[in-house]
Unconditional design. Structure first.
Length: 282
């Protein structure tokens, strides 16, 4: 759940708005007509066609025959458990507001922040075992403005998608450069700060843009996990929407905001923009 920010107009504006008390996470989720799962679960097959075959009741069927339960039977989880041990259905508990304008997330509204580790480890490999490094490609970030080599996974065409993002950002006016140059990095086999969970950077599917103009909920004692946090953002929506059209969600859509962070999560987004013929990842 999010609410419209009436004061969030110009790019670069800093927001410091207290999050609403009523936790959006606690709201009951509607059920998908086909599977009985939360809306969006059916998007998995379209998002990852090279890996996934179908959904059969409570089972996600991979093309190699692997079966994964969508629902672990644990019922509705409190926020901390939802974040720490989500099943596949839990990843869809909150709708990601793709293409939306300036919105202030409500308390504990972190769409896409819950990741089922078994699902993504099977898809991209476990970086702690060296799996991910074998699938990395190098792209050039902003080749016209400030060429920077970055490593991302080729699986699911992520390298091609990020290259397309880079080309679109490269065409923006110079006023956007301070948000993009230099990138703070892509592949990094590390855990998320304050947790034991491997970051999306560990799968080679995430990028952090320039740090200088970004905000992160942990900086400056902004709040505590699951608690009330004053929301801040300076990233222009033009940048956000370019990423979203290529399948990347934005950490600035979370109440526990991380406005430098984008990660490839096409299952949470509408149909992706096409890649040009001959683009990497096609």
């Amino acid at each position: 759940m999010l609410r419209m920010c009436a004061s969030c107009g110009a790019a670069g504006l800093v927001l410091a708005v207290a999050i609403a008390v009523s936790p959006a996470y606690a709201e009951p989720a509607a059920q998908g007509a086909a599977t009985g799962a939360p809306p969006g679960v059916d998007r998995l097959i379209a998002a990852y066609p090279d890996h996934l075959e179908k959904i059969d009741g409570n089972w996600l069927i991979w093309r190699d025959g692997t079966r994964m339960a969508l629902d672990d039977g644990g019922g509705r989880k409190p926020f901390a458990e939802w974040l720490e041990r989500p099943d596949i259905e839990d990843m869809f508990r909150l709708a990601y507001p793709a293409g939306a304008g300036a919105l202030v997330p409500e308390l504990q509204s972190d769409p896409g922040r819950a990741r089922n580790a078994a699902f993504f480890d099977k898809m991209y490999g476990d970086c702690r075992k060296g799996d991910v490094a074998r699938s990395l490609d190098t792209i050039v970030w902003l080749p016209r403005k400030a060429p920077q080599k970055l490593q991302v996974t080729r699986i699911n065409g992520v390298a091609g998608r990020l290259a397309a993002v880079s080309r679109a950002l490269d065409a923006l006016p110079a006023s956007f450069d301070k948000y993009l140059i230099p990138s703070a990095g892509t592949y990094n086999c590390r855990v998320i700060a304050g947790t034991h969970r491997v970051s999306a950077h560990g799968s080679g599917t995430a990028i952090d843009i320039a740090v200088a103009q970004t905000d992160y909920w942990r900086w400056g004692g902004a709040g505590r996990e699951g608690g009330r946090i004053a929301y801040k953002n300076r990233i222009p929506l033009e940048i956000v929407h370019i990423f979203e059209r290529q399948g990347f969600i934005w950490g600035g859509r979370w109440s526990h905001y991380d406005t430098m962070h984008f990660e490839y999560r096409p299952e949470l987004l509408p149909q992706l923009a096409p890649l040009e013929d001959g683009a990497p990842g096609k």
